[in-house]
Design a protein. Sequence first.
Lengths: 456, 397
Amino acid sequence: MKNHHLIHLYNRVGFGILPKEVQKLNKLSTEENVKLLFKKSKKRKSIKVDVSSIEKVGLSIEDKNERRKLQQKENRRLLNKLNVKWFDQLYTSETLLHDKMRLFWANHFVCSSNSTIQTIEYLSVIEKHALGNFKDFVVAISKNPMMIRYLNNQQNKKKHPNENYARELMELFTLGVGNYTEKDIKESARAFTGWFSSKNGFTFKSKFHDFESKTFLGKTGDFDGTDIINIILEQEQCSLFISEKIYKEFVNPKPNQKHIKKMAKVFRKNYEIADLMKFVLTADWFYDDENIGVKIKSPVELLVSIHNVIPYEFKRERYFQYLQFNLGQKLLYPPNVAGWPGDKQWIDANTIMLRLKLASSIAQQKQIELEPESAFEDDFETINKRKKNKAYFIFTTLDWQAFDYKTIGTKNKDWQDALLGTKLNKQTQEIINPLINNSTKDFCIAIMSIPEYQMC
Amino acid sequence: MKRRDFIINSSLASGMLFVPSFLQAFEKIPKNKLGHKKLVVIQLSGGNDGLNTVIPYNNDIYYRKRPKLAIPKKELLRLNGDVGLPNYMSPLKNLYDKGYVSIINNVGYPNPVRSHFRSADIWQTATDANEYKSTGWIGNYIDAYKLESHMAIDVDNKLSLALKGKDKSGIAAFDPKLLHRNASDPFLKKIANKHHLDEHLNEENLGYLYKQMIQAESSATYIHEKSKTYKSNTKYNSNSFEKQLATTATYINSHLETKVYYVSMGGFDTHVSQPYKHKRLMSVLSNGLENFVNDLKQNDTFKDTLIMVFSEFGRRVEENAGMGTDHGAANNLFVLTENLKKPGIYNNTPNLANLDNNGDIKYEVDFRQVYSTVLEKWLEADPKKILGKSFENLNFI
């Protein structure tokens, strides 16, 4: 496999690749490399934290409200821990394809909660189905307690339907806007009545379910939620909608309808996500020049790809949370049900400055000023104190030993190729050339500081 | 109507939406066409209790529903025969007495959302309650008129959604010196200079990154160079909110060409211990506003500055059991400037006898009517182009 194709593959189904790995894997063919990614992804790991402390918090406190407040605080702490756990998993990942799919689906079936227990449950659904069957996935998500609460299906009752879930199911999860009518939303909402969340998870409350006949996308029957999902997946549009989203994420933010139609045809056969991904990653056009280096890295991709080169650790977890917040993507805290729009929306005058200085600031342990994150619930004094405490250093500890080990038997040029994936234009190359004899460490920091490194 | 006429009219109505991007450069609006007026938006985060800010002291329902939290008549500074401010808001009362304040009641939107995040997003993106957008109304303004980033400044370290546009955005500038230092890294400058007008700038995403980088550098330099010599005579208090206002005043009094400033103040989610917390918040807010207005007045810039103070929602009329109030719906909104068309209480005070199913105040004025008014009458911009549809303007300026 050609080096730059291999690098491209690992940029999209991973967080970049290092020179040594390139030297090893370029001996395999494209098919063999893709197969290897699938094989490795079978040993997937769950993202979870110990939640036993929530129950124990405030046991001695009489006042119910006070206790709840303490539990909320504990939940916030645990969710931040869970967020860090997710990153740790990405830093050390052996299951790159699965990890990338998990990130993708968590930004597709978007959901959030301040309950750690529900969040872990939700993540396990994403984990289980990330490379599984899409139909099973949609059913499982529709029955997920966190989703039921997030999109108000708990309030969806016979004669008083709440349309929120039915609407987002079609608009954001399966068909896309304009491919159904308002009537279809009303009718399908009735089919999901009584799909509730209880203490023990999903529960069907027949008392609140509407058993009457519904007419949905041209079909009539006493449908329930699963029937609705089946009808949705019969629509060609569903396979096109998901294929386009996969294409924009993994191939090119600018959709190519010819390729997307081919993907949809493969996907429609049985809605196996792994089949779709295998088709994409082995397609000739996936490796076309026009698809290489054209995507703007998400903040998560940027943080993990820097970590792959120079393993860093934040001495204070809170600063790492602030950093994610300032970069515009804090895992587990999506902006709304539509998720992070991504691509150009990651970039503004402030985030571009932060992103360009990130690698050098981390590597040289320089100071970066970050806006402290405040919750709506925080009171003025807390926010005031945090804001006044102005200098927010990025306190990191760095593992240079690990870095040195990675550089054995490599040349600076190899690092440039691996880290950038594409050829630089003449002018930028002229700036880089004088640095080629510097230490690999300095050279890598320079490479990670140019705008091209923001792309993948 | 002839088909040709129809095409011409509809393309006019849709503005620049259908102009191909390579032609849009010709539409660049000369800056002097945008007028010389400034807008300062102040967001109170957490949901300010508007009912304990502007108190309907003749309303029995208010006192009945808030046995513990209601502000007694004798502790009020009366604004007219119906409403008053709590006595710890005397700085704002001073401004009110000079005719600098207009209070618009019952501002909100249909199907109000009581989640902080969602409702704040709705206000910032100027959308309907069930619509999700990733660009803000001020960002749309920057985009629509192809303005440089520094034409809208978020006085913060991180850019709010409100100032994010699709192709162009505002810039967050809390500390101009630091911003300038961050933006003018010699290595990056070298790369940016080499690339100026290079073929890379035409490449889709990478070109966009380069443009943003160059824009960040030039805006940061502009803000720093233009504001670094100014020294204010006004003494501000040392809290973070007044720091933001002092910086905003510095920018305005240094005559930056910036059109919009965005300032936020947090801590308004008063579910518990409201009396103490709200008193502190209102003192900080009204002291800050008075200092800010005085600072501008001394430099003769207040007459060209409009301040708008809003919160993502108001709070429930009935107090809760924890000496606090829960998330509500419609709320009052303050506008301040020297020459208001209608100073004082702009419209009806809330009808507490006719609340919604949650026991919250119903909206009468859509917040986008306020935006539309400000955009058209103050910033001389086309509100439809920015908000996506038309809203009936109000009459306060």
